[in-house]
Design a protein around this ligand. Structure first.
Ligand code: URP
Ligand code: ZN
Ligand code: ZN
Ligand code: ZN
Length: 458
């Protein structure tokens, strides 16, 4: 087997594990083999001058949907389109939510999801195992998949009648996770409250996308968060709140943490940058910005940024979930039928760098931690991923902070026909991205190998 060429990255500023320092970094084969000053290039090595650039560990998106049958349709990306877009944006590993329909068996869903991804992805990937029903067979399958290297479960307290599970099932999942030493990730909105409020609003003739947020207000999510934390407390399991969107829900998570509950928190890029006025735009423009939990009142964002800087919020994901404009029209005249989700896998790192680091809301070291290292640690990928260390996978981002650009659907590589972030300015982008030593993206274009991405067992 011929190894990919060796690559010497010179004169960059490395940022990893809470440190920033000038050094050279040598990649041989699929691995980082040396970090230090004035390294010599082996014969035949490609040499990159990274003067004035940052060198980051490959970024990890802990919350992605690629194959997703949801609300009567399917999310638009394939593993090829999603992984190419991810790599262009600096994300070298993503964790996909494997979400069986409530009547589908987990073992069958595992076959479907892994077959969809195998040989199709250009970036590395792994799965959170969605538990959408609870019986002996599901439990046996979970035990088997954990033995095979999967290290996280996903539950939905929302989506009654679809992915949602009841409290008895939630208790069973948390108990099993505690026994097996895996982490339970959870979408925390009280499903019964959501369906009652949806029915009330529709009965009042409130049918447009602007009513999506009032149908699942902040308190509904705060209740779901506290509810999940109680189940973690009763079982001793370790938990992770996905896409936490507002200050009240954050208070609920932090209160649980303060009394000793083992709970971590994710925020996703739409909630940091977009607010509910986007979903209040008339008609289809509003529908493009419908996701759950909903985009919130802008007054929540300072609290989210501050908690992120302090490490009270651990990670930044996307909840990448692309539905196109035609699919968004499924909810014309009834907001409860708008497929929920916003695409973002390509833009997360650049947006977080721009509106976090460049605009003074986030330290550079914390940016790397939140967008890469912390997810690797929580989900069993560290130190193979999430760090610039000798022996780690050579997943590297050479990042140019001087680049200036604008997010637009017209230049996006995601399989979609709109961007939720249309017109957002970018201060910087990845100039070169490697996956296990192979250059996979350069200056906004994919140059890697479809099918080279591996399913990561942890
Ligand atoms: O609106 C969203 N978030 N769509 C994807 C499914 C989920 O809840 O993560
Ligand atoms: Zn969710
Ligand atoms: Zn409750
Ligand atoms: Zn999601």
């Amino acid at each position: 087997m011929t190894l990919p060429n060796s690559l010497l990255i010179q004169n960059g500023e490395l940022v990893s594990d809470g440190r920033r320092y000038k050094a050279d970094l040598l990649i041989e084969g699929e691995t980082i083999t040396q970090i230090g000053e004035n390294l010599t290039a082996p014969d035949g090595a490609r040499v990159i001058d990274a003067s004035g650039k940052y060198v980051f560990p490959g970024f990890i998106d802990p919350h992605v949907h690629v194959h997703l049958p949801f609300m009567g349709t399917f999310a638009k990306d394939t593993h090829t389109t999603a992984s190419q877009a991810a790599l262009i944006g600096g994300t070298t590993t993503f964790i996909e939510m494997l979400c069986p329909a409530g009547n589908e068996k987990l073992a069958g869903a595992w076959e479907i999801w892994t077959n969809k991804a195998e040989g199709k992805s250009a970036s590395d990937y792994t799965f959170h195992l969605g538990v959408t029903r609870w019986d002996e067979e599901t439990e046996a399958t979970l035990r088997q998949l954990v033995a095979d290297g999967m290290k996280s479960f996903k539950v939905f307290l929302a989506y009654k009648g679809a992915f949602g599970i009841d409290d008895a099932a939630l208790y069973g999942v948390c108990k099993l996770a505690k026994e097996l030493g895996v982490i339970v990730t959870a979408h925390c909105e009280n499903a019964d409250l959501v369906s009652q409020l949806q029915q009330k609003l529709l009965a009042e003739g409130k049918t447009g996308p602007e009513w999506h947020e009032p149908s699942r207000p902040e308190g509904v999510e705060a209740e779901g968060t506290a509810h999940f934390a109680t189940f973690l407390e009763m079982t001793g399991a370790k938990g992770y709140v996905v896409h936490l969107s507002n200050a009240r829900a954050l208070e609920a998570a932090l209160a649980a943490k303060a009394r000793g509950v083992d709970i971590d928190v994710e925020v996703v890029i739409p909630h940091l940058l977009l607010d509910k006025t986007y979903a209040e735009r008339p008609g289809i423009e509003g529908a493009k910005h419908v996701m759950s939990p909903p985009l919130r009142d802008k007054s929540n964002q300072p609290a989210l940024w501050q908690a992120l800087e302090l490490g009270q919020i651990d990670t930044v994901g996307t909840d990448h979930c692309p539905f196109d404009v035609g699919q968004k029209h499924m909810g014309d005249g009834n907001f409860t039928l708008i497929p929920n989700g916003i695409p973002a896998i390509e833009d997360r790192v650049n947006l977080l760098y721009t509106y976090g680091v460049s605009r003074g809301n986030l330290r550079l070291e914390r940016f790397v931690d939140a967008a890469s290292t912390r997810a690797a640690q929580l989900f069993g990928l560290y130190p193979r991923k999430g760090t610039l260390s000798v022996g780690s996978d050579a997943d590297i981002v050479v990042f140019d902070p001087h680049y200036r650009g604008v997010v637009s659907a017209a230049t996006s590589h995601m399989n979609n026909d709109y961007s939720g972030f249309e017109g957002f300015e970018l201060d910087g982008r990845p100039e070169l991205v490697t996956v296990r030593g192979e250059v996979a993206a350069e200056n906004g274009e994919f140059v890697g190998t479809v099918g080279r991405g591996q399913l990561l067992r942890r």
